[in-house]
Design a protein around this ligand. Sequence first.
Ligand code: HEM
Length: 413
Amino acid sequence: MTEARPAATPDPSPGDGPGIHHWPVDDLPGITIDPLLTRLLRTEPVARIKLRFGEGHSWLATRYEDVKDVSSDPRLSRAATLERPVTSMTPHRVGLPGAVGRTDPPEHTRLRRLVSRSFNRKRVEGMRARAQAIADRQLDLMEEQGPPADLTAHLTGPLPTEVISVLMGVPREDWERVHAWREVVLSTSHPREESDAVKAEIGKYFAALARRRAAAPEDDLYSELATAHAEGRLSIEELVSLAVIIQLNAMDAVPNITSSMVYTLLTHPGQTALLRADPSLVPKAVEELFRFVPLRNGVGQPRIATEEIRVGDVTVPAGDAVHVSYIAANRDPSVFSDPDRLDLTRDAEAPHLAFGHGAHYCVGAALSTMQAEVMISTLVRRMPGLRLAVPPEEVPWRRGTLNRGPESLPVAW
Ligand code: HEM
């Protein structure tokens, strides 16, 4: 157990020019919302920010409607970010060459089509029984070991790793190696040379797996992608990059956010009691948890304005970079009443934006929701006495990473 960290609350100093907010994006404890986001949402909904790396500044939209407008406006380009060293949270570029998040139509549409079928609701529902079996097996093991136990090691880590690896077709003996890569690629603290070396290694691994699957296809997504590559519908760079983004996101985002969800439930006992009294609330509760729990540090990938555009009350010149914060938008008081209150029975006024919006909406949204529902409903049903085994402020949180979440989650029952 690591000691509790002091609350790192960045208080951005004035930046290069008037009104540019320097945003170091320090590690934050627990599930607190970055104070800069809270402030901008209320006082300067379209602001200029400067992050730790990269060049220049970008615009940041925090209000729900502005965030939706920006993320669905075709005049804002992701591909244009490839040519520009935009202000950034990491010393390295997060996506690999050919990354789906950095393409525009028609390339973007083609790449999405190749994978969207594998993650549609019907396919995802087909995986629910398997996810349930994994949850039950993992909790059997945890019960055998007895309290206290680390829930991230027993449930919220292993379940998403197994689910995505089975869907993708990554052999079991490689899971640990692939898992270790995520630490470097999705980090804000590893030097560029190290992440470049790891990316080269990942590239080789997935290219070799593609050759094996193209030669002897199996019933998994990787075989489908390898076939598309063999038929000339997908370049090797695009194939590797798609595989990596899907595999690493699924192994990182789902464990982190579901661990944070359980932490949130265990630190809101009144709300959790409602769930235990009526487990049919789980799907609604999970939606509210996605709205409430901040997964990422800082901001995601920017877009570039290909012409002058209006965002809220601000005119953004052509060529400028624009970020959005889906996390801030999920707390917009003009959309969600009492937005900073967790209310598992909330009839939300609007859908949450935790999975983004528009053309780049998360490919794995249905898969992630299904896994969160399985884990939370199983904990509610099997462990009515589940509680933190340490005071909340002693739960250790990950540092220097893009995605936030508990390092470990010690529980008893
Ligand atoms: C609960 C966990 C997850 C959350 C909160 C999440 C959230 C997001 C967000 C906010 C975006 C970016 C939207 C944008 O660029 O504007 C995104 C994109 C993406 N996510 Fe997820 N994600 C999660 C899990 C997953 C999983 C399990 C997969 C794999 C199946 C996945 C695959 C992707 C891909 C491929 C993209 C890029 C889509 C594109 O650019 O068209 N994510 N996700």
